[in-house]
Design a protein around this ligand. Structure first.
Ligand SMILES: NC(=O)c1ccc[n+]([C@@H]2O[C@H](COP(=O)([O-])OP(=O)(O)OC[C@H]3O[C@@H](n4cnc5c(N)ncnc54)[C@H](O)[C@@H]3O)[C@@H](O)[C@H]2O)c1
Length: 345
């Protein structure tokens, strides 16, 4: 599979290409019904798909069904669904049998973040779905090109990076690997819009894509501030919530610099960038916490201490906040001005 053309923009592919079909009424598949797989399934059901879900761990199957049901009921309560949750849930089947995916026109893989496991899962999916089924991997950072290696039809594999909770956020990144055919990227972008997303196209297959590259740079500096005694965990959290948290949903970093005056950022960059942490190691605090078994609110053990009741309350409040921030963001629709780069710079 030699390096094919990387998709660089929607307009580049429409002329002369056979448009591949993509309907929200198509059968869709989800593999891995953990945290994200469940909310992805809820999103696909809400968009009108029949959903076939595959979960290898039998103990998780009924739990996943209950979770999707709860997510749909919550979305209905928030007026995000036209149909009632019960009728949507009837369009969901969950089993451990990959054979049930055979009619799926699009399959989202959302198993653990492990290249070998994802490759094995992709291989199992490819053995049962039609040759032109779109195969999207919900990886947080693995380049799509690595997932294409050893695949039967690498041209239909791409990264589809969702944000949790996937049925509420508008976030989606579509990442082409070296061998992805543009027609599949086009199909993914069309589907993303049918799913209520505002997708971004990642033009080069870089690890971490857009948001995770930026977020992990921020996380590294946050650890550095804590580990070097500059501020406590709670103070770092408080500052970021009250500063970045107030504008990032509204503007994004470049628009924000436009809004607040560009030259000052240039001056600050000159002096501050050399001072920022550039370590390539996982921070010690992070390693210690993981070794101690901390997973976060899911097991009530994290950077903060929780009773089980407090942990559940944080989960509920996070979900509610996501609805609220979505409603707020919709009051300020994006106005796409021409960006500097589109003028040839
Ligand atoms: N959690 C997030 O906020 C988030 C955001 C964006 C992307 N992601 C990505 O989504 C993917 C899933 O993350 P998650 O948070 O839902 O994880 P999770 O641990 O909740 O779920 C993982 C699922 O994978 C299944 N699984 C594990 N090994 C398997 C195997 N060998 N074969 C088939 N299935 C297997 C598990 O049974 C489980 O249902 C990861 O790649 C993660 O990086 C997560």
């Amino acid at each position: 599979m030699g390096g094919r053309q990387i998709y660089t923009g929607e307009s580049a592919l429409l002329p002369g290409r056979r448009r591949s079909r993509a309907f929200s009424g198509d059968n869709a598949g989800v593999v891995g019904m953990g945290l994200m797989g469940s909310s992805i399934a809820a999103c696909l059901l809400a968009a009108g798909h029949n959903v076939v879900a595959i979960e290898q761990d039998a103990a998780r199957i009924s739990k996943a069904r209950r979770r999707v049901s709860a997510l749909l009921r919550g979305a209905r309560k928030e007026r995000l669904l036209k149909a009632d949750a019960k009728s949507l849930l009837r369009k969901l089947s969950i089993s451990s049998d990959y054979g049930h995916l055979h009619e799926s026109r699009v399959v989202i893989e959302s198993v653990v973040e492990d290249l070998d496991v994802k490759r094995q899962v992709i291989r199992k999916i490819e053995q049962v779905v039609p040759a032109d089924t779109l195969l999207g991997s919900n990886t947080s950072a693995i380049p799509a090109t690595l997932l294409q290696q050893r695949a039967l039809h690498p041209e239909r594999i791409l990264g589809i990076h969702w944000g949790e909770p996937a049925h509420i956020t508008r976030f989606m990144e579509i990442i082409c690997g070296r061998n992805t055919l543009p027609a599949y990227a086009e199909r993914a972008l069309r589907l993303a819009r049918q799913w209520g997303k505002q997708p971004s196209l990642v033009r080069k297959d870089v690890r971490g894509f857009i948001t995770n590259r930026v977020m992990y740079a921020m996380l590294r500096e946050a650890f550095h501030l804590v580990e070097s005694g500059v501020a406590s965990i709670a103070d770092v959290d408080r500052s970021l919530r009250n500063d970045l948290g107030y504008w990032i949903t509204f503007a994004g970093p470049f628009r924000f610099m436009d809004l607040t005056g560009i030259p000052a950022y240039c001056a600050v960059m000159r002096d501050l960038l050399p001072d920022l942490d550039t370590s390539k190691q996982v921070p010690r605090l992070m390693r210690r916490l993981v070794q101690s078994g901390a997973q976060g609110v899911v097991n009530a053990k994290g950077f903060y201490r929780y009773t089980p009741a407090q942990a559940r309350r944080w989960e509920r409040r996070f979900l509610q906040f996501t609805y609220d921030i979505r409603a707020l963001a919709q009051k300020y629709p994006e106005e796409n001005g021409r960006a500097f780069e589109s003028e040839g710079h």
